[in-house]
Design a binder for this molecule. Structure first.
Ligand code: NAD
Length: 353
């Protein structure tokens, strides 16, 4: 990998390589853009096959966070950190050493919990730095607010597709009934939507069947159902060259991160099938809105107000996509880049004044 060329092409401001001998630590902090505010991004601990894989993950995910925060209208930038380690070798010493690196950035990067980092680990990191979120979990976790954001996104997509605000009678397939999927089912059920659900855990499907009268299908059957909306709320990569041809839904609107196997190829495949795709990082921004509000002092009303912006942002994205004949994925990027450019412009005007 051509290091500086890659970083310049992806538009990163700074990449920090953290290393030490005692404890033995290797971590990468990627700061993509701070035009809108300090870079926010969770920390992932993973036994990457090599350093290049770790760097690629940090670069890709930090850029994604910039777009996510900009689309959510949060005064934050994009960042991401990866610690290269086997989860079995995770110690308090390692986490505290990592915390000292975060502290040294003096608030330019604010982190939280991702793969292989638990709430307890976050509290350990917090012993060395205040620039970490999710320490007290004042809000009771991000899932309810994320689910509300997805529900509002569904409303926006329905309005754009069928020029109606009515949801009753629509059929929605929800894949994955975890923290977000189950909460989403509740909203949909309250609006008289017919639910079709799948999960690899039979206890979860049984619960949602009992609570909301959902029809349960096998995990492999969920894609080809004759429904209006497909809501992926399980794992990433579920929209790919094998599954997209099966889809009959007119709208994709779900919480899962990185839903598209390949962003460019599969966003175009959906577009060609006439399916409205709600970009994942726009519709699932409730999680980020939640941690941001925890950071500034949690106010439930304010957080729920901010999540309502997801509805307007998606309508704006659908409009841009239609006007310019581009995918919703590209329209979302354009909207984010415009917001960042505007912020940069305002800052340079203030400096000049
Ligand atoms: P979760 O782990 O609670 O739930 C995921 C569910 O998907 C589980 O019930 C699991 O059994 C099920 N599942 C796994 N593989 C499946 C398959 N092949 N078919 C059907 N079901 C399957 O996770 P969550 O917190 O509900 O988050 C769901 C998704 O949304 C994840 O991709 C997550 O990264 C993303 N997301 C979550 C939040 C949040 O606030 N929790 C915020 C943003 C994005």
């Amino acid at each position: 990998m051509l290091l500086f060329e890659t970083v310049r092409e992806m538009g990163h401001e700074q990449v920090i390589f953290c290393h030490g001998k005692n404890p033995d630590i290797q971590a990468i902090i990627a700061i993509h853009n701070t035009s809108l505010g300090p870079a926010m991004g969770a920390t992932r601990l993973f036994p990457y096959i090599n350093e290049e894989a770790a760097l690629k993950d940090a670069l890709r995910l930090s850029r994604g966070m910039t777009y996510k925060a900009a689309c959510a209208n949060i005064p934050a930038g994009g960042g991401k950190a990866v610690i290269i380690a086997n989860p079995e070798n995770k110690t308090d010493e390692l986490l505290r050493a990592y915390g000292r690196f975060i502290e040294s950035l003096n608030g330019r990067f604010i982190t939280g919990q991702d793969v292989n980092i638990t709430p307890k680990d976050v509290r350990t990191i917090n012993q060395e730095t205040k620039y970490v979120v999710g320490v007290s979990e004042k809000s009771g976790g991000p899932a309810p607010i994320t689910a509300l954001g997805v529900f509002l996104g569904i409303k926006a997509a329905v309005e754009s597709r069928w020029q109606t605000k009515g949801l009753a009678g629509l059929k929605v397939a929800v894949q994955g009934l975890g923290n977000v999927g189950k909460n989403l089912c509740r909203h949909l059920h309250e609006h008289n939507i017919k639910l079709y659900v799948s999960d690899v855990d039979p206890a979860k499907t049984a619960e949602v069947k009992q609570l909301f009268g959902a029809t349960v299908v096998e995990p492999h059957e969920i894609y080809a159902l004759d429904v209006d909306i497909f809501a992926p709320c399980a794992l990433g990569g579920m929209l790919n060259s094998e599954t997209i041809p099966l889809l009959k839904a007119a709208i994709i609107a779900g919480a899962a991160n990185n839903q598209l196997g390949d962003e460019q190829i599969h966003s175009h495949m959906l577009d060609q099938k006439g399916i409205i795709y709600c970009p994942d990082y726009v519709i699932n921004a409730g999680g980020l809105i939640n941690v941001y509000n925890e950071m500034i002092g949690y106010d439930e009303e304010k957080a729920f107000q901010q999540v309502h912006n997801i509805y307007d942002t998606l309508l704006a994205i659908f409009y841009i996509a239609k006007q310019q004949q581009i995918t919703t994925n590209d329209a979302a990027k354009q909207l984010a880049e415009n917001r960042i450019m505007k912020a940069k412009h305002n800052t340079s005007k203030q400096v000049a004044a």
